[in-house]
Write a protein that binds this ligand. Structure first.
Ligand code: CMP
Length: 138
């Protein structure tokens, strides 16, 4: 089991001024930051990042949203990182997210749901590599 996961703070959350509060909750949740950047995805980059969802009905909306404003991308480290981070952020749909989770606290809807968290060790590796070179990890 890997001790790394990958996250993004999504455009809805960065635009509402939640970046600091979300990073604070992540760090207080026991995750340490291995890599971090403020960036903005082009439509092409968002489409490539979410290529696994290209057949889903919400793909176009997802790509437009994820390229609409800046995001934070980060690689996080903790024992059992992927599963523990998914617990910290809560269900994809904030309406189903547990009390106190990041999505319960900060997300508006299933599409604009404040944060991304990798769903497997393999995807954490792929997603981290999408944003960060080895020289950007400490
Ligand atoms: P994320 O975990 O980043 O990965 C895929 C994203 O697709 C997911 O978060 C949601 O933001 C989005 N998504 C999933 N289901 C829907 C849906 N029914 N409508 C719009 N967006 C969705």
């Amino acid at each position: 089991m890997s001790n790394k996961t990958f996250t993004m703070i999504k455009p809805d959350a960065t635009q509402k001024g939640y970046t600091g509060a979300i990073l604070d909750q992540i760090i207080k949740g026991g995750f340490s930051i291995k890599a971090l950047k403020w960036t903005k995805l082009t439509k092409e980059q968002a489409g490539a990042f979410y290529a696994v969802h290209s057949e889903r009905p919400f793909y176009g909306e997802l790509v437009d949203f994820m390229s609409s404003a800046p995001i934070i991308a980060a690689i996080l480290e903790k024992d059992n990182a992927v599963a523990d981070f998914r617990t910290l952020i809560g269900a994809t749909n904030p309406a189903d997210a547990a009390e106190g989770t990041i999505r319960k606290n900060f997300a508006a809807s299933i599409g604009e749901n404040a944060v991304h968290g990798s769903d497997s060790d393999e995807n954490a590796e792929i997603e981290g590599n999408f944003f960060f070179s080895q020289l950007e990890r400490f």
